[in-house]
Structures are given as structure tokens and as C-alpha cells.
Unconditional design. Structure first.
Lengths: 443, 370
């Protein structure tokens, strides 16, 4: 079995920064990422600071393994991963999980029809191949990402037929994106703000949308939006939806890390110390996987974790760590303040509220909200029991898509707090792995 | 102290639920205390094999009786539990194995059993066309099969509740103590008292039995399972091998369920278990050796390990306590109890109520362990 001092899962801003910082201090570092190249989500294809961060980490001596699907991580810090042909294992003294976020899974009538996709997935396709939708399409949702994608795509001459803005009325609410810059420190740089404003000015925007439904036989043909003032129907072969992102917690869950529900962000977040470490373990989590704070904070968290790991492995003395981390943490606190503003500006939806019985919750096994409510009525009061009753979360995606919605629906139906309800237990493999790859496990 | 019920069952696995069901049908007022939830451990995590094939001699009569009950399982729990009489097949992969298997069939025939029979290479090929070419034949039982463990535990739990039994989930029995002619089961929230108690605590059964001096050498073992994505149907019977550790079946969803007794790491104190990767790889390699074609590109969706109690001789304990006649132990089913579960409840109630039984429980007595 291969051995290393530090294994990092994920080569986005947090992972790349940590890899560079740790390798620069002499640690043996191996970075695993399932993508073919470094960057993660925001730095995909070397965008932003990605190319440079990767080059610096490599120069510092970090080893990278791309196309590496991590399918298990054990309490003994053994990582089982597959390169597509064969499974391998890596024993690490310390593990940093920097596996980022995923789009909040949203369910509505017709969301499983082909042609309905996440804005993030659309952006990924764009970043990795420059593909933009040809012909009609509609964007729906809330948060900075749809606006950013509008701006990115507008630069390519690609505009949606309409933007269905689901940002909720009240609070700092949805009017603000249109007054960007009016107050506080907004989520975009000034240059980007202009681009967003320009893109928005030429797109038909429907605000205060509180419900959408995708219609179609074998694929989406139209979307119907319910607004305060009535409904609109738009014919479209493509609907891109986005309701913000949530931490990807599968690896942390698999490792039994305690999670707490963040009500403001409506997401589970792992419980970590100020350095991103899991108490009493040689395990750290940095970046959006620790709680959504964005790119700049991820970079800082990566660096903080690297110093703390160096300290735990006795390469960095306490004084040096504390001095460096003190400064980094102050920087991070600034980012957190900014993030709170965004959190208030785009309050995430309650996924389960008002969910009709016929809406599919688990796409892989086609389990509806009604079936889940029936299982609860029969006495399955937690996500794991509901899973065994209904098969919700047993399919190809292993509950990655439906897990959060299942927990929210359970909490709402049983009138309990999210922390009490908890989440689906995660079983390896984290991603489907071919029998042939597993059978060929290196000893 | 007035009793809380006629019978307290500790453990809401299939053994406990089956005992509760048969007891309720016999008119007893029953309470089940279950630490987690019904079917959380072995009963919900197992491979669902209903097998009389290749049983230990002592278990053959029980397994045959149980297979008969599975055929009519709907009458017992108002659900078919996903039972399919698909047959079970144990292949020989070379001549030496073939000889051993044939000798077994002959030995069973001499004992008066005719449920197992030998099928040659041609018949095996006709029954299981996807099987690897090198297999030389097999023994099989045609009315064996498999059921859905989750559905089964759910159906048993529902039937038990239907029969008026209360299932106290999330309640741990800390000890079983005799007192005042009855038995007390102490829990974190108080004591439950009844004249009769069943210890069906699975891998944790020996701990409770030990409180009363009934000593059973029992090892909690985490047994690993793997399930694939949905595949086109290619095999009907459940497949095992005389030459390698394997249990293999394709369930109605098209998914293939692979096990065979490969051990992960059990933490009995927390009830959690972890996987052993090399064992997992070996298990999967064993499956591929028998079905190279259909599994060429198949992906694994999920792997898990379920905790089961394995006794020193691999046979369960189904016996009255030596310390108190109102207490019956039924645990330690050693990785093959699922198939027996509909019957075990009846056997337990026979013991509790001193009803005569036509099945020999001698091999499952406590006193076989010194
Ligand atoms: C992976 C695997 C595959 C298997 N495959 C097969 C197969 O194909 N065919 C077959 O016939 N058998 C199979 N078995 C074996 C079968 O699953 C078991 O023999 C059977 O389920 C045992 O049932 P049980 O009720 O004794 O145990 P369990 O289902 O484990 O139930 C015991 C229950 O007692 C509870 N408990 C424990 N201590 C306490 C306490 N102090 N207070 C309250 N509650 C307590 C536990 O929470 C648990 O729910 C397999 C087992 C495993 C693990």
C-alpha cells in the first residue's frame, strides 16, 4: 500500500493551497481528484487562480493523481480509490478533505424530465468544453451563480429566454440583485457587477417566482412558473435550475464526523475546530465542504489546515502555526462576514415545504414524497429507516441527490429538528466502482 | 410488582419478532424491546438466502420445516416478503469437489433426506447458462430460494404490531434478572417485569445470557455484502461454490447481491462496522470467477457489513436458561438464521409454553458449552 504523510482529497482552491503550503514545508503530499485536471469547480480548466495554484503546488513537490475516484476512506486513514482500471489504497498520516460543494438538490413537479439540469452542471459543461445551450432555454433559481452564469454566457452571445427568479420576498430579498452595489459589499467585483447588470437588462426576468413545474412527455417541453400575480408558461427544451450550493458531506459522514444543521444556510456542516480539524482525529476539512464560504475563504482554510497539519506532524512549531494561522483566520473572518451578507440576501428554500405527494424525491429509485410520507406514517421516522422501507437513496447516486431533501421532508413531517433527524448513513463505495476495478485491488 | 406483560422479548431482529408473533398468536401479551429499531442489525443486513442446501446435519430438519413456512409466509405475516423459490445451487469447480458433493448427497440419502440432489455439468449449464465453463456440476435444492430481508423484517414488525404487540424501539435491555418468581428486564428508563422473557439479542445475546450465568462462547462478526447496479436478468437460483467462499444471487430489481461470509471489522459496543478492502476484493473476485460474462462491466453501488453473533460451533442457542425456566435464549445464528426465522419463533414459544415439538433441539442446548 502506498504511504504518504498528507493525503488531500480534492484539487480545488482549498486542496491546491493546502498542497502547496504543506509540500513547501517538506511534507509528502498526495492529492487525489476525480477530475482529469486541477481546479475543482470555480477554478475548473485552470480558470481564476487555478493554473497558477496547481503549478505552485507541483513545484513545491506535491504529487497529483487525477481521474482518481475515492470510494472509501477508513477511520485508520486508508483511502481506497480507483483509477478507472484498478483500485489502489493510500495510507496517510493525515487526511484533508477538500471535496467542495454540490448544488442544493431541488425537487418540483417534472424535475426528473430530461432537459432539466443544474445551473452548476451547465456551467461545468461550459467550463470544460465551452459549450453553451443552443436555442431556447430558461434559467430558474436564486443566488449569485445564476447571475454569474448569465454574465458568462452573455459574453458568448447566449441568453436564456427568461430568468425565473425564485429569491424570496422579504428580508434582504430578491430586489437587491438589481440594485447591485447599492449597499454593503456585494458578492461580485465591480467589473463583474456591470456584466451581470448588462446581462440582466436584456433578459426577461420574472421575479417572486414561488413555484415552478416542468412539463413534457419524454423530456421537458415547457415550464410553468407561479408568481404572486399568476402563472406564466414558457415553451423550452432546457431548464437550468439553481438554489445555491451545500457542502458535500459524504466523506465526512462516512468517517462518522459529527454534523450540525446550519439553519441560515439550510445545510449540514461538519463540526470542526478553528483549524478545520476534526477533534481527536488526524482529519481536516477545508473549503466549501466545511460550510459554504466561497473561493477566497477556501484558499485561507486550505492554508490554515496545512499549517495545523504541519504542526500535528511536528514539522511546524506551535508559535509559527499560531502566528500564521492568527493572521489567516482574521482574513477568513472577513470573508465570513461577506458570506453572511450573501446568506441573508439569498435565503435558501425549504426544500420540503409544500412538496406535493406525487413529486419524485429519489430519482434513481423513483420514490415520491407521498411514498416517504407513507413510510413515516408506518413508523419509519428517520432517513435510514425510510431508505429501507422505500429504497429512497439506494440507487446509483447513493442518496447524494435526495439525501438532504429526504432529511428535510422527514423533519417537516415528524416536526423535529434537522439535527435530531440526521442524514442518510453513507456506505462505501462513495461512487459506483466496477467489480473489475475492485477485484483488481492492489494488495 | 404487577407484570407489564406475559412476555418480554429482548431484540427486535427476526428472531425476536418471530417469537413475539407466535407468542401473540398463542394469546400472550407481549412487549418487544429493541435497542435500535427492528431489523437494524443482522436481520435487515443479510443476504436473504433461504437455504436448506448444505446445512449442518443438526439444522437440516429445522431448515426443511422453515422452507415449508416460507412458501406460506403470506399466511403468517400478510406479505410475501419477496420470497422466491428460485432454488439454491452449490457448484463444484473441479472433480475433487464434485466427488465431495456427490458423497454428501449419498450420505443425506442414507439419513433419509431427499431434498438435495446432484446435477451434472449439462443440467447445470441448462439451469444456469451464465455459469463459468469450468464448473463440473452442482448439488441443489429446488424449493430453496431467497427473500427480501428488509421487506421481511418490515412485514414481521407490522404483523407483530397488528397482533397487538408493542415494539419499544430505542430501548436497551441492560440486564435480565430473576426476582419474585418473575423476570425483570432493566432498561435506562425503568424495569419491565414479566413471567416470561426471550433473549433474542443476536450478536449481543451472550452478554445478556451471561448476567444469569448462562455462558455461551459467541463472537460478534461483521459480515460483508456487496450489491451491484441493476443488470439484465441472467441467473435465477442462488449460487454458492464448494471451492470458494461465495453467496450470489440476482434479486428482482436486477441487482446482484454478493456475500459469502467475508469479515469486516465489527464494533459490537457501538453496533457499527467497517469494511475490510482486501476481503471485499476477494469476495468480488470470487463472484467474477463464476460469472465472468455478466459481471464484466457491472458496477458496485453499495457495500456494507452486518453484525451477527457466531458461536464456537456455528450452531445457534435455542434453549431454556439454566438459571430461570421462564427465560428462553434464541441467538447466535452464526450467519444462517434468516432462513430459519419464521420457524424459530414457534420453537421458542413451544419452549416457553412447554408445548411438545417434533423437532430435535438437543444440538442447540446451552449445556453443549461446558
Ligand atoms: C451479511 C449477512 C448475511 C447473511 N446472510 C444470510 C443468508 O443469506 N441466509 C440466512 O439464513 N442467514 C443469513 N445471515 C444470518 C441472519 O441474518 C441472522 O442469523 C439473523 O438475522 C439473526 O437474527 P437475530 O434476530 O438473531 O439478530 P439481529 O437481527 O441482529 O437482531 C438482534 C437485535 O437485538 C437488538 N439488541 C441487542 N442487544 C440488545 C439489548 N441489550 N436490548 C435491546 N435490544 C438489543 C439489536 O439491536 C438487534 O436489532 C446473514 C447475516 C449477515 C450479517
Amino acid at each position: 500500500m502506498e504511504e504518504t504523510e498528507l493525503a488531500i482529497i480534492g484539487a480545488g482552491p482549498a486542496g491546491l493551497t493546502a498542497a502547496r503550503a504543506a509540500a513547501a514545508r517538506g511534507l509528502a503530499v498526495v492529492v487525489l481528484d476525480e477530475n482529469p485536471a486541477a481546479g475543482g469547480q470555480v477554478w475548473r480548466g485552470g480558470a481564476g487562480g487555478g493554473a497558477e495554484a496547481f503549478a505552485r503546488a507541483e513545484r513545491a513537490g506535491a504529487t497529483f493523481r487525477f481521474g482518481a475516484t475515492v470510494w472509501d476512506v477508513t477511520a485508520e486513514n486508508v483511502i481506497a480509490w480507483s483509477d478507472g482500471a484498478k483500485s489502489r489504497r493510500l495510507q496517510a498520516q493525515a487526511i484533508l478533505v477538500a471535496s467542495g460543494s454540490m448544488e442544493r438538490p431541488v425537487a418540483f413537479k417534472g424535475w426528473t424530465l430530461p432537459g432539466v439540469m443544474g445551473v452548476g452542471a451547465l456551467q461545468t459543461a461550459f467550463k470544460s468544453g465551452g459549450v453553451v445551450p443552443a436555442g431556447d432555454w430558461v434559467m430558474a433559481g436564486s443566488g449569485p451563480l445564476p447571475l454569474l452564469v448569465l454574465a458568462e454566457f452573455a459574453a458568448k452571445g447566449c441568453k436564456p429566454k427568461a430568468y425565473l427568479d425564485t429569491t424570496m420576498r422579504g428580508g434582504l430579498g430578491g430586489a437587491l440583485p438589481y440594485l447591485v452595489g447599492a449597499i454593503g459589499k456585494p458578492e461580485f467585483s465591480r467589473g463583474l457587477r456591470l456584466l451581470v447588470a448588462r446581462a440582466l437588462s436584456s433578459v426577461k426576468v420574472y421575479r417572486w417566482v414561488n413555484e415552478i413545474e416542468a412539463l413534457g412527455q419524454d423530456r421537458i417541453e415547457a415550464v410553468v412558473a407561479t408568481l404572486g400575480s399568476g402563472t406564466v408558461r414558457l415553451e423550452t427544451p432546457l431548464l437550468a435550475v439553481h438554489e445555491g450550493v451545500v457542502p458535500q458531506t459524504a466523506i465526512a459522514r462516512l468517517l462518522g464526523v459529527e454534523h450540525r444543521w446550519n439553519e441560515l444556510r439550510r445545510a449540514f456542516e461538519p463540526v470542526l475546530d478553528a483549524h478545520g480539524r476534526v477533534e481527536d482525529r488526524m482529519l481536516w476539512i477545508a473549503g466549501d465542504g466545511a460550510g459554504i464560504e466561497g473561493e477566497a475563504s477556501a484558499v485561507l482554510q486550505g492554508e490554515i489546515a496545512a499549517f495545523d497539519i504541519g504542526h500535528a506532524l511536528e514539522r511546524i512549531d506551535t508559535q509559527t502555526r499560531d502566528r500564521r494561522c492568527g493572521w489567516l483566520r482574521a482574513q477568513r473572518a472577513r470573508q465570513q462576514k461577506l458570506r453572511r451578507f450573501i446568506d441573508h440576501r439569498y435565503p435558501p428554500p425549504e426544500l420540503a415545504r409544500g412538496l406535493e405527494d406525487e413529486v419524485i424525491v429519489c430519482r434513481c429509485e423513483r420514490v415520491t414524497a407521498g411514498a416517504i410520507r407513507a413510510a413515516i406514517a408506518e413508523g419509519a421516522t428517520g432517513p435510514n429507516r425510510i431508505k429501507t422501507f422505500t429504497r429512497c437513496g439506494m440507487g446509483l447516486c447513493q442518496g447524494r441527490m435526495c439525501g438532504l431533501l429526504l432529511s428535510e421532508l422527514t423533519a417537516l413531517t415528524t416536526k423535529r429538528r434537522m439535527d435530531e433527524v440526521g442524514a442518510l448513513r453513507i456506505r462505501p463505495p462513495l461512487k459506483p466502482v466496477r467489480l473489475a476495478e475492485l477485484a483488481g485491488l492492489e494488495p | 410488582m404487577s407484570p407489564d406483560a406475559d412476555l418480554i422479548v429482548v431484540g427486535g431482529g427476526l428472531m425476536g419478532l418471530s417469537a413475539a408473533l407466535h407468542a401473540a398468536k398463542a394469546g400472550l401479551a407481549v412487549v418487544v424491546v429493541e435497542r435500535d429499531w427492528p431489523g437494524r442489525h443482522a436481520s435487515g443486513a443479510n443476504a436473504g438466502g433461504v437455504r436448506s442446501l448444505n446445512r449442518h446435519d443438526a439444522e437440516i430438519p429445522l431448515a426443511r420445516a422453515a422452507v415449508g413456512m416460507w412458501r406460506e409466509i403470506e399466511a403468517l405475516v400478510d406479505d410475501d416478503c419477496g420470497f422466491a423459490a428460485s432454488g439454491q445451487v452449490r457448484v463444484a469447480e473441479d472433480d475433487a469437489q464434485a466427488e465431495l458433493l456427490q458423497a454428501r448427497v449419498a450420505r443425506l440419502e442414507a439419513m433419509g433426506y431427499d431434498h438435495e440432489r446432484w446435477i451434472d455439468r449439462a443440467e447445470l449449464g441448462a439451469r444456469v447458462p451464465a455459469i463459468a465453463q469450468h464448473c463440473t456440476g452442482a448439488i441443489c435444492v429446488d424449493d430453496d430460494g431467497h427473500a427480501d430481508p428488509q421487506r421481511t423484517t418490515r412485514a414481521f414488525a407490522a404483523a407483530v404490531q397488528q397482533a397487538g404487540v408493542a415494539i419499544e424501539a430505542g430501548v436497551t435491555a441492560l440486564a435480565i434478572e430473576p426476582g419474585g418468581g418473575a423476570l425483570a428486564v432493566s432498561t435506562a428508563t425503568g424495569r419491565l417485569v414479566a413471567p416470561l422473557v426471550v433473549n433474542a439479542a443476536g450478536a449481543w445475546g451472550a452478554g445478556l445470557a451471561g448476567c444469569l450465568g448462562d455462558l455461551v462462547p459467541l463472537r460478534p462478526v461483521a459480515l460483508q455484502m456487496v450489491v451491484t447496479e441493476r443488470l439484465a436478468p441472467f441467473v435465477r437460483p442462488v449460487i454458492g461454490s464448494a471451492g470458494r467462499q461465495l453467496s450470489f444471487k440476482q434479486v428482482p430489481t436486477g441487482q446482484v447481491v454478493i456475500g459469502g461470509g467475508f469479515e469486516g471489522i465489527a464494533d459490537a459496543a457501538t453496533g457499527l462496522s467497517r469494511l475490510d478492502h482486501p476481503a471485499l476484493a476477494q469476495n468480488v473476485a470470487n463472484a467474477r470467477a463464476l460469472f465472468p460474462g455478466p459481471l464484466a462491466d457491472a458496477r458496485i453501488l453499495r457495500a456494507w457489513a452486518g453484525i451477527e453473533g457466531v458461536t464456537a460451533d456455528g450452531l445457534p442457542v435455542i434453549d431454556r436458561s439454566r438459571a430461570h425456566p421462564g427465560l428462553v435464549h434464541a441467538f447466535g445464528f452464526s450467519a444462517h438464521g434468516f432462513a430459519l426465522s419464521p420457524l424459530v419463533g414457534r420453537l421458542v414459544v413451544d419452549l416457553l409454553l412447554d408445548r411438545p415439538s417434533n423437532l430435535d433441539l438437543q444440538p442447540f442446548r446451552l449445556d453443549r458449552f461446558p
